[in-house]
Write a protein that binds this ligand. Structure first.
Ligand SMILES: [Zn+2]
Length: 211
């Protein structure tokens, strides 16, 4: 059998095995301390179709990405467009602080822009929300609370505006319908007839959001 290259195995007190493809297309396996290597290799082989698909996606999206350094000149996504970072006082700040500064900037702009869009769609639909918050969620673009609060990941501000609008309308529609039933999608479609195209963009461009 053809062996799949495992770039890193991280053993810990965890109870299950997980596979992760990083933005640089490498494969990391997390496993319990005592899992035998042959077992890990067997599992990786069984999951080869998934691994291959993920790695192909990265190549399709413009190739493996190096971890960000948060230095002047480095490229960052904002509203779907690439911008070059310009850092002041960069010498005094360590990597962790530079990253924090960039995320702080993103969060501030995310709150401004997403609130503006939510207000707009709330006005034209009549679907009212009580409060809006920006979260540090890594894998959920948006969520909504039982009392009319809507939340969005700060990362969403990297997406093009039409994609942001889709996530906003999606969460607003959840204020009326809590699940993903046909009734829910009818509501979304009534506001954004091309919502599927926007949703597809999000799914296909996940690696662009790695910060
Ligand atoms: Zn939903």
């Amino acid at each position: 059998m053809n062996e799949i290259k495992i770039d890193k195995i991280i053993r810990s007190g965890r109870r299950s095995i997980s596979l992760m493809i990083s933005p640089d297309a490498t494969l990391t396996v997390r496993a319990p301390f005592l899992t035998p290597l042959f077992y890990i290799k067997k599992l990786v082989f069984e999951k080869r179709a998934w691994i291959n698909k993920k790695q192909m996606q990265i190549i399709k999206n413009g190739g493996p990405q190096k971890p960000k350094e948060f230095v002047t000149g480095e490229e960052f996504l904002y509203l779907g467009e690439i911008h070059k970072l310009e850092f002041e006082n960069r010498k005094e700040l360590g990597l962790k602080d530079r990253r924090a500064k960039v995320i702080e900037w993103y969060k501030k702009h995310a709150l401004q822009k997403i609130t503006e869009r939510a207000d707009y769609y709330s006005r034209i639909t009549g679907w009212k929300f009580k409060s809006i918050a920006i979260t540090k969620a890594e894998t959920r673009w948006g969520s909504c609370g039982p009392s009319g609060s809507i939340n969005f990941s700060w990362k969403l501000i990297m997406a093009p505006l039409d994609v942001i609008d889709y996530v906003v309308v999606h969460e607003l529609a959840h204020l009326l319908v809590g699940n993903h039933s046909a009734r829910f999608w009818d509501k979304v479609r009534a506001i954004l007839p091309d919502y599927k195209k926007r949703r597809k963009w999000l799914k296909e461009n996940l690696t662009k959001f790695k910060v």
